[in-house]
Design a protein around this ligand. Structure first.
Ligand code: PEP
Ligand code: MN
Length: 335
């Protein structure tokens, strides 16, 4: 049950109006929708209590319903399709995003971009602003990196994905087709609100210690702020296994497909951190219903300035793409 309050009612007035609910320890949550407060009751309300509160001056209406989250199948039971120029992402479309962890130079990025495109990838990924665990690690070429990315995008005509870490940088991303919110920023709510208002296509990665519900609520932040162009990305969660970097939660893919209409792709690279696991984890993700993959590729993996152990060489990626495309066709998915 929802108790909606009139505009400009303050929190003190609300707590006065529901004092009987507080006394009875009935579970509730205070919600806000466009500056209007609503109290959502978690337990059923007795008729006699309802009669006592219903005539309070601050209350505008009381109704029986729960929130319809914009990410949910209740809100939209058809799979969403996100359009990136001529590409479709979601539903029965399958896309592969590939590229280096980090932009290192124009030549490096151009070489990799040409190669992954020839192997069948349809989007280029590359980081310019790198959120590194250590402040002493290379932080990316930043603005100059984005300029390189845009030149390569134009040179070989491929849509590009890059990570944003600061809402003040939004303007720099104007020519970036998909803005990535990385695992570390999945709950940076101000950043989520800003990309929500921006209307840019967003690739939202799951935080490594976040539940599926928290992941979907982060998508809700973006949608509620006006942007429904979201692609979710499962990239692995923390576990006790010390061989892999994280643990790819492939079960989250069918779970999210059941709960949400948004496309979900898998990133086996950051999930496992090891090149030899990328192939099996990619195929497992496709079998679980992933709408695409994000894979790190480097022209010289050993020399990659970041995440070198997980980078596939261009040749490995070319080989790997054959089985990826075969399996996705088997599941009637293509682009
Ligand atoms: C990345 O994709 O470059 C990255 C840093 O990934 P994540 O946020 O999943 O760690
Ligand atoms: Mn990386």
């Amino acid at each position: 049950m929802q108790i909606e309050f009139k505009k400009n009612t303050n929190i003190e007035q609300i707590y006065n109006a529901i004092s009987i609910i507080l006394e009875l320890n009935i579970k509730f949550e205070l919600l806000t929708f466009d500056d209007i407060y609503t109290v959502e009751l978690k337990d059923k309300l007795d008729e006699s209590i309802f009669e006592k509160i219903k005539d309070n001056d601050c209350i505008s209406k009381i109704y029986e319903s729960k929130i319809k989250y914009m990410y949910s199948r209740e809100f939209n039971d058809q799979d969403s399709i996100i359009k990136v120029n001529d590409l479709n992402i979601g539903n029965n479309f399958f896309n592969v995003i590939a590229g280096p962890c980090c932009i290192e130079s124009y030549d490096q990025l151009l070489t990799i971009a040409k190669s992954i495109k020839a192997s069948g990838a349809n989007l280029l990924r590359a980081g310019a602003f790198k959120p590194r665990s250590s402040p002493y690690s290379f932080q990316g070429l930043q603005k100059q990196g984005l300029e390189i990315l845009i030149s390569v995008k134009k040179e070989i005509n491929i849509p590009v994905v890059s990570e944003i870490v600061n809402l003040d940088h939004l303007e720099l991303f104007e020519d970036v087709d998909i803005i990535q919110i990385g695992a570390r920023n999945m709950q940076n709510f101000e950043l989520l609100k800003a990309v929500g208002k921006s209307k840019k296509i967003v690739l939202l990665k799951r935080g490594f210690s976040n539940t599926i519900e928290e992941f979907l609520l982060s998508a809700e932040y973006i949608m509620k702020n006006g942007n429904e162009n979201i692609i979710l990305c499962e990239r692995g969660i923390r576990s006790f296994c010390d061989i892999t970097r994280n643990k790819l939660d492939i079960s989250s893919i069918p779970i999210i497909k059941r709960l949400s209409h948004l496309p979900i792709i898998a990133d086996p690279s950051h999930a496992c951190g090891l090149d030899y696991l990328i192939a099996p984890l990619s195929l497992a993700s496709i079998a679980c219903g992933a709408d695409g993959l994000m894979i790190e590729v480097h022209n010289s993996p050993k020399c990659s300035v970041s995440d070198s152990a997980q980078a596939l060489s261009c040749n490995m990626f070319e080989e790997h793409m054959k089985s990826i495309l075969n399996l996705s066709k088997f599941f009637n998915k293509s682009n």
